[in-house]
Design a protein around this ligand. Structure first.
Ligand SMILES: Nc1ncnc2c1ncn2[C@@H]1O[C@H](COP(=O)(O)OP(=O)(O)OP(=O)(O)O)[C@@H](O)[C@H]1O
Length: 368
């Protein structure tokens, strides 16, 4: 007989490859109704950007459609509202930091294109540019010079091509050199993280300054990060810096989502051959050592640089570069889901003053 138990039994053959559990056990199946041979239900995923949602839908239609007595299967795909999996920042579901051991490896480019690719997968996305020393994201998203507004004491993000952008740099006049003491930086990060009205976001991507200085530290102390991804080029020197970045994540108990090998190869425009400009395989060695995957390899491509300069990120354009960023976004979504189960996000907190010394990580210069 066609009843709820039979339908759920059929749906329990569909296994989520990330959680390694079936979709009934995971509580994804909702609003199941059977009326006159018409079976309707919702599959509610943890994120609207789930890369295998189409596959789930097809599998569900097939599994239930094969049951005797079924005339029609109506599957609605949904996602849990962001607030349900809150990070402590109201309405923000997952926070992903993008870090790099040193400058110039393409961290901001990766953060911006990742944000765009996540949005294209159906997620609501914000970008917090914490890189006070080289705030490039407003230019990359075509909103350079647009001032931040406040409303009722809250910072209102800039709408930049569908992404909610807040850049620490937009609060600093462009012609002013940014020379801050550690304590000022911490206060600035605290104000920006606590006073921004993000609204509902599935993913908040944080573009960190390069290296392991005070700002990355403050972000890790103040924001409950789902995890961080580390951007590097395959070059030896950059890889030493990558190691320092990973060490910092470990110290701060931030999940390592994985590595992005940027400028991984160059496709010869004449013959199509892939040239390994900065060598090969370095990131694989890291992936093995630190037990986290290489999430994507992004080619060195003039369209990436041109897109950033023109304020239209390459992820918006069709072609192999956009595909590489889509692959990155899909890998990030899957890794976030997995690592959050193992080690749920929580802010590390600011160390208390005590006999062991004051704020051991922060390099706060003493007053003379
Ligand atoms: N895959 C790529 N192909 C071609 N150009 C790239 C690629 N990735 C980044 N670039 C270019 O390299 C330069 C540095 O990139 P980006 O500003 O993203 O680096 P960063 O690591 O964020 O540096 P910063 O130290 O300023 O934070 C930019 O001109 C950017 O357009």
């Amino acid at each position: 007989m066609l009843d709820t138990a039979t339908v759920l039994q059929a749906l329990s053959t569909i296994v989520d490859p990330d959680f390694k559990k079936d979709i009934v056990e995971l509580g994804f199946v909702r609003d199941l109704k059977i009326e006159d041979g018409v079976v309707s239900f919702t599959i509610r995923l943890t994120t609207p950007a789930c890369p295998i949602k189409d596959q789930f839908k097809r599998q569900a239609e097939e599994a239930v459609g094969a049951l005797p007595g079924v005339r029609e299967v109506r599957v609605t795909m949904g996602a849990a509202p962001a607030v349900e999996v809150s990070t402590g920042i109201p309405g923000v579901a997952h926070i992903v930091a993008v870090i790099a051991g040193k400058g110039g490896v393409g961290k901001s480019t990766t953060a911006v294109n990742l944000a765009v690719a996540l949005m294209q997968m159906g997620a609501k996305v914000g970008l917090f540019d914490a890189d006070a020393f080289g705030p490039n994201t407003p230019r990359m998203l075509g909103v350079r010079g647009v001032p931040l507004r406040t409303q009722g004491g809250k910072i209102v993000p800039i709408e930049a091509q569908g992404i909610k952008l807040v850049s620490i740099g937009s609060a600093i006049p462009e012609d002013q050199p940014v020379v801050w003491r550690g304590s000022l930086q911490h206060g600035f990060v605290r104000d920006f993280t606590q006073k921004t009205e993000w609204g509902e976001l599935d993913y908040l991507v944080v573009d960190m300054p390069p290296g392991t200085g005070d700002i990355p530290l403050s972000v890790m102390q103040l924001l409950p990060l789902s995890g961080a991804l580390v951007v590097g080029t395959p070059q030896e020197v950059a890889l030493e810096d990558v190691r320092r970045g990973v060490t910092m994540l470990n110290k701060m108990n931030v999940n390592l989502l994985g590595f992005v090998e940027n400028m991984s190869y160059l496709v010869c425009p004449k013959c199509g051959e892939e040239i390994d400009v900065f060598g090969k395989g370095g990131m694989d060695a890291f992936a093995e050592t630190f037990g986290a995957p290489v999430l994507a390899r992004i080619p060195m491509d003039v369209n990436i640089r041109k897109g950033s300069d023109a304020g239209l990120p390459a992820a918006f354009q069709e072609g192999p570069v956009a595909e590489a960023y889509k692959e990155l976004a899909a890998a990030v979504v899957q890794r976030v889901a997995v690592v959050e189960k193992e080690n749920p996000p929580k802010a590390a907190g600011v160390p208390q003053a005590g006999p062991g010394g004051n704020q051991p990580f922060l390099n706060v210069p003493k007053k003379n």
